[in-house]
Design a protein around this ligand. Structure first.
Ligand code: DGY
Length: 321
């Protein structure tokens, strides 16, 4: 019987996932859930065949260049792959996989939470109650924006975007979307496709960012695009912080151009731009889109399915490089 492949697992994973890892592989686990530096990671990979990282480990071209030749696959515990230099992995013949589908529902739930939290001032309200500063009720107290029946524009109508559209329809919203390509009309359920992002923006009472972070989408929400949104629009980001120009978003939140923003992801997490914290009209979550018990198990099993296929000599289902 051949030895089990050694897999470097960068973060603490759900117990059931680690149990399956232990059954089928020789995992190098991280029981203390310590954030590894690039040097730690490279050292841990000595003699290993695979890495199962999260988006918290940056596998830049430089880091990939330092990995030992034994590493054959990077099976991400994430749908996003912007933390991995895919071209560098390809150049070294390292296979890369991700975990699509299984986190779409959980992430769309958080998008709706961000949307509602921003529109209805949930952060402010929660703080009032929690700090015992809630004194009174009046018709003018904590008045927010109603989302029912509003127009939502979704940037990136992939798996998560389509679930956000479905949830938005339950709030009787009219759905518009921008995507590189129009999706199958059978999947649109009345959503209106805009090949041109610029022409969609004036129609968006709510703008939800749901596209991956790539060199093309970096800073896609910039000052010029915010200016095209209706006054008082709401911005929701549950995809990646890199999609947003922070200076532009913060200026628009300060000036009142935007009503509010609901954010789960940021540039430079977790050391986010501190100005977001000082704004009353931000509803802020700490990158918890996929953080449900069900989804975290499913992500782990999906990453393991990819490893299993690879080591069985088959093409992993979620290969991205
Ligand atoms: C993902 O899977 O990309 C989530 O953002 C968590 O990493």
């Amino acid at each position: 019987m051949s030895a089990k492949p050694v897999v470097v697992v960068t973060r603490k994973l759900p117990a059931a996932v680690e149990a399956r890892l232990g059954r089928d592989y020789a995992p190098r686990l991280n029981p203390d859930d310590r954030l590894y530096s690039a040097d730690d990671l490279v050292a841990l990979c000595n003699g290993a065949s695979a890495i199962m990282p999260c988006h918290t480990e940056r596998l830049s071209a430089e880091v990939i260049g330092r990995l030992p030749a034994t590493i054959r696959i990077v099976a991400n515990f994430s749908v996003g792959t912007d933390h991995v230099d895919l071209a560098a992995a390809r150049a070294r013949g390292i296979v890369v996989t991700n975990t699509p589908d299984v986190l779409s529902d959980a992430t769309a739930e958080i998008a709706m939470l961000c949307l509602l939290g921003a529109a209805r001032r949930a952060g402010e309200g929660e703080r009032l109650v929690r700090t015992a500063e809630w004194r009174d009720w009046s018709p003018a107290f904590m008045v927010g924006v109603q989302v029912t029946g509003k127009r939502i524009g979704i940037v990136g109508m992939g798996r998560v975007g389509q679930v956000v559209a479905r949830r938005a329809r339950a709030f009787e919203m009219q759905v518009h979307y921008h995507n590189r390509r129009r999706i199958d009309p059978d999947l649109e359920h009345g959503a209106v496709y805009h090949a041109d992002l610029e022409s969609m923006l004036p129609l968006c009472d709510i703008l939800s960012l749901n596209c991956p972070a790539t060199p093309e989408t970096k800073g896609v929400l910039n000052a010029a695009r915010i200016a095209r949104l209706p006054d008082g629009a709401i911005v929701v980001n549950t995809a990646r912080g890199a999609l947003v120009d922070d200076d532009a978003l913060i200026a628009a939140l300060k000036s009142g151009k935007l009503w509010a923003a609901g954010l789960d992801v940021y540039n430079n997490e977790p050391a986010i731009d501190p100005r977001y914290r000082d704004l009353p009209n931000t509803f802020l979550l700490p990158h918890i889109g996929s953080a449900t018990r069900e989804t975290r198990n499913a992500m782990g099993f999906r990453a393991l399915d990819n490893l299993d296929a690879f080591f069985a000599g088959r093409e992993p289902g979620d290969r991205v490089a």
